[in-house]
Design a protein around this ligand. Sequence first.
Ligand SMILES: *[C@@H]1O[C@H](CO)[C@@H](O)[C@H](O)[C@H]1NC(C)=O
Ligand SMILES: *[C@@H]1O[C@H](CO)[C@@H](O)[C@H](O)[C@H]1NC(C)=O
Ligand SMILES: *[C@@H]1O[C@H](CO)[C@@H](O)[C@H](O)[C@H]1NC(C)=O
Ligand SMILES: *[C@@H]1O[C@H](CO)[C@@H](O)[C@H](O)[C@H]1NC(C)=O
Ligand SMILES: *[C@@H]1O[C@H](CO)[C@@H](O)[C@H](O)[C@H]1NC(C)=O
Ligand SMILES: *[C@@H]1O[C@H](CO)[C@@H](O)[C@H](O)[C@H]1NC(C)=O
Ligand SMILES: *[C@@H]1O[C@H](CO)[C@@H](O)[C@H](O)[C@H]1NC(C)=O
Ligand SMILES: *[C@@H]1O[C@H](CO)[C@@H](O)[C@H](O)[C@H]1NC(C)=O
Ligand SMILES: *[C@@H]1O[C@H](CO)[C@@H](O)[C@H](O)[C@H]1NC(C)=O
Ligand SMILES: *[C@@H]1O[C@H](CO)[C@@H](O)[C@H](O)[C@H]1NC(C)=O
Ligand SMILES: *[C@@H]1O[C@H](CO)[C@@H](O)[C@H](O)[C@H]1NC(C)=O
Ligand SMILES: *[C@@H]1O[C@H](CO)[C@@H](O)[C@H](O)[C@H]1NC(C)=O
Length: 842
Amino acid sequence: MDEKDDISHESTPLVKGSPRGKFWHWCKTHKLIVIPVVVMILLLPLLGLLALNKQHARADYTSPIIYPSPQGYGAGNWTDAYTKAHAMVSEMTLEEMNNITLGVVDGSTGCVGVSGSVPRLGFPGFCLHDAGNGVRNTDGVNAYASGLHVGATWNTSLAYERAVFMGAEFKRKGVNVALGPVVGPIGRIAEGGRNWEAFAADPYLDGILGAQSVRGLQQSVIASVKHFVAYEQETNRNPIAGEDNTTQSTSANLDDQTMHELYLWPFQDLMYAGAGCVMCSYNRINNTYACENSKTMNGILKGELNFQGFVVSDWAGQHSGLSSANAGLDMAMPTSGYWDKNQLANAVNSGDFNKTRLVDMATRIIATWHQFGQNETGFPALGVGMPPDLLAPHNYTDAKDPAARSSLLQQAIEGHVLVKNSNNSLPLNRPKVLSIFGYDAISQSMYNPDGTGLFKQDWEVLSLNSQQGMDIGSNAPVENPPQTAQGVLYVGGGSGSNTPAYISAPYDAIQARAYDDGTAIFSDFTSNEPAIVASSDACLVFINEYASEVWDRPGLADSKSDNLVSHVASTCNNTVVVIHNAGIRLVDAWIENPNVTAVIFGHLPGQDAGRAVAQILYGDVSPSGRLPYTVAKQASDYGKLQSACQAKDSKDPTSPQCNFDEGVNVDYRNFLAQKIRPRYEFGYGLTYTTFDYSNLNIKINATASANNTVLAPVYTNGTTDQNSKTDGVSNGGLQSLFDSVGSIQATIANTGKVAAAEVSQLYIQIPASYLNAKNPRTQVLRGFQKVTIQPGDSTTVTFPLRFKDVAIWDVVRQAWVIPVGEFKVFVGKSVLDTPLEGTFST
Ligand SMILES: *[C@@H]1O[C@H](CO)[C@@H](O)[C@H](O)[C@H]1NC(C)=O
Ligand SMILES: *[C@@H]1O[C@H](CO)[C@@H](O)[C@H](O)[C@H]1NC(C)=O
Ligand SMILES: *[C@@H]1O[C@H](CO)[C@@H](O)[C@H](O)[C@H]1NC(C)=O
Ligand SMILES: *[C@@H]1O[C@H](CO)[C@@H](O)[C@H](O)[C@H]1NC(C)=O
Ligand SMILES: *[C@@H]1O[C@H](CO)[C@@H](O)[C@H](O)[C@H]1NC(C)=O
Ligand SMILES: *[C@@H]1O[C@H](CO)[C@@H](O)[C@H](O)[C@H]1NC(C)=O
Ligand SMILES: *[C@@H]1O[C@H](CO)[C@@H](O)[C@H](O)[C@H]1NC(C)=O
Ligand SMILES: *[C@@H]1O[C@H](CO)[C@@H](O)[C@H](O)[C@H]1NC(C)=O
Ligand SMILES: *[C@@H]1O[C@H](CO)[C@@H](O)[C@H](O)[C@H]1NC(C)=O
Ligand SMILES: *[C@@H]1O[C@H](CO)[C@@H](O)[C@H](O)[C@H]1NC(C)=O
Ligand SMILES: *[C@@H]1O[C@H](CO)[C@@H](O)[C@H](O)[C@H]1NC(C)=O
Ligand SMILES: *[C@@H]1O[C@H](CO)[C@@H](O)[C@H](O)[C@H]1NC(C)=O
């Protein structure tokens, strides 16, 4: 989900009253602002003409119709589940089938969504609940490291372990479907409000870590992979019901190659891993809503990727009745104004809707229930551990497994990225005097559900003003949202937030060290210009960068926090900055100051934030995180990928358009393509030791695709039953895409004095060909391995490559092909620091 139904549903604005009347009242009281605005409005037609001129050059984007919706048939290891589902659904009436395709209002649990049931046949329905970083908004649960933090760990086994523990918590709480993991947004725009929920601004890293998360979660529950697809901004994510007109959701306009090589890429890995549910997103794609887009759901997801589970709408993301069903939507959440009065069953009876589709919808839902063993008597009752109101008497269900504790701490530690460390400022060495500053060093002052049952970490209860509340209520873009949050930022806001049993703040953990070391601590967590004790060995400054679902960030740094750092650094010549950042955070304002000796991007570590950062500051462990995105020297270096597309920039502002003209070149690929040197590149991060790379060994046996290559299943309008009759196609689509084409190896030596983990990275530059004239091809991540090496030791790392890793999407042949030519190979510490280079040819 996404937000509570009443907040995001277009037809039920949160705040009643006439916006227009309020606007005129506001104008009267703000004359000084209104006059320049009027002048601007007079200029607009001229600007509009200029914009139109540019727009004329482009064709409008539309999505083709792809009917009928491919039927699930039990591909791969879903055979038994489908056999059971067919048996059960054949007993159902049309009304019962209709009943399980939508959510019902059920106030008896804390589930954010409850599906209809079939009591007569023993199907209890599903409890669906947020989200990808842990169980949200209840008691007795852990807050895991957030998606972006896990991305920064570059640790596949840790990602798996995290998901195993997290999935078990969802199950203990009576959740059938966990609404995660997130592999979209991918991070097309730097200010994206939800970039922190996904792992990385790179499809390969997202795909590998996302697949591990699916495997882990699905040990216990069904994973709902989200958001499908090309959902890259919060601004205008949902329609705005105005008085005269409706402003539609932003349309993500992208070509087929960009779809396959960037936005779809991670989803395919997660489908291959056996994901049981996919959530369609709020945005439009080529002007058709994601939850009624037959090209993306029927053609790509259920056709090309052969998805056997069910598609659920994002909360209130359904905008049509029969069209959405025909386009491949299987379940509407949290309720449906289109399917809730037996409309699907009635339409079958009147001949307006094909019964096969309704049967397929019900079969996909029931098959998924069987596939994950949830019909067994041991599965907890719906939402059993999540009371609807924590303030009312309820039985406490402790879902936390003590065995998860070391994993939680390890996740928190490994997502910290050290980017500056001059004069060996870190690690601290039994400091005599420490000064600690910043609003982020301590816990938030209130951690208790308020009257609505919401916790303080959610955006809903940040101190927003009434205009912002009205904007949220009507889905309008939120003006000047907060950029920081009071208290240590261990998670971002919205449906991806969570509410752990405790929060370890940096100050708490450092206090404990002070006790051990006999350190004197001075602190000020409120002043913007704290006084600084001259004997301080180091000054630690904790700041954060908040982001939340519902809005995109208003910038990439905030001046209040920057001023605090600059103030401390003006007096303290050993200033150490820790930023808990829910996304890219620029450091231009003070990074060149030599008194700023160390900087750590702390991301969103979950409940062990303080304990983890203390272990790094004091050198118990060497930092081992690497940036899963690019930090520029200045905001303008991101170009048009800095900020969200705005409705006013579209020819028709009621139909906002966002053209993904950059193609696959987002984040580091954009910097490479534009030849702009960033401050800290993708993959970058320091440790307390040094590593040496040698012995590049390329063992690739890939041949250029012949023209009779095995094709991915292509679903055009009228395609029926193709996959069930095609060899080589199973969960995730064409299986040969995942076949090995060999591997690349390198030797890494720890040449420093302490044990540390290195994140070795493989980048490949695929040869240019007639297929990619539009955007330059850059090197792309195609392998990574994290290894801990003792000082003086060395080890060999191996990067296995799959067919898909060396292929490109040929839009004409509708196939992944390996192009002819010379592939460049780069192995090293980051995308810009690759001491080993080589080639192989096809
Ligand atoms: C969107 O339009 C582009 C350009 O016509 C096309 O290449 C692409 O396949 C379309 N994608 C979808 C999902 O409709
Ligand atoms: C539909 O689902 C609701 C909610 O679970 C349930 O109360 C009702 O009995 C179901 N209707 C039918 C016809 O099974
Ligand atoms: C509403 O939008 C439609 C198409 O987007 C446009 O043709 C129409 O003029 C708009 N109406 C008003 C009152 O703005
Ligand atoms: C089905 O296959 C997936 C992916 O290979 C695997 O993770 C899962 O455990 C299998 N499930 C069953 C029921 O065999
Ligand atoms: C309903 O869909 C099935 C499967 O796609 C198809 O075989 C059948 O002809 C359709 N029926 C009608 C009446 O269109
Ligand atoms: C679950 O489904 C299987 C197959 O339909 C059946 O054998 C088993 O008895 C069911 N379990 C329960 C508890 O209903
Ligand atoms: C708590 O659980 C007990 C035992 O299952 C039950 O009798 C009691 O009604 C429950 N209390 C609440 C408030 O749900
Ligand atoms: C660095 O700190 C010293 C005090 O130790 C101060 O005199 C100096 O001005 C500071 N330098 C900068 C560039 O802020
Ligand atoms: C930093 O300032 C302290 C006094 O505040 C001084 O003793 C020390 O030498 C300075 N260090 C550097 C590197 O300038
Ligand atoms: C390379 O691949 C081709 C085709 O897949 C295969 O026939 C050949 O045996 C492979 N060679 C090696 C050395 O693995
Ligand atoms: C494959 O087809 C393309 C044109 O579609 C042609 O240019 C190319 O030479 C062919 N390649 C092979 C290996 O036959
Ligand atoms: C193709 O799509 C149209 C809807 O645009 C539909 O009416 C028609 O039946 C479809 N054709 C086939 C062969 O499925």
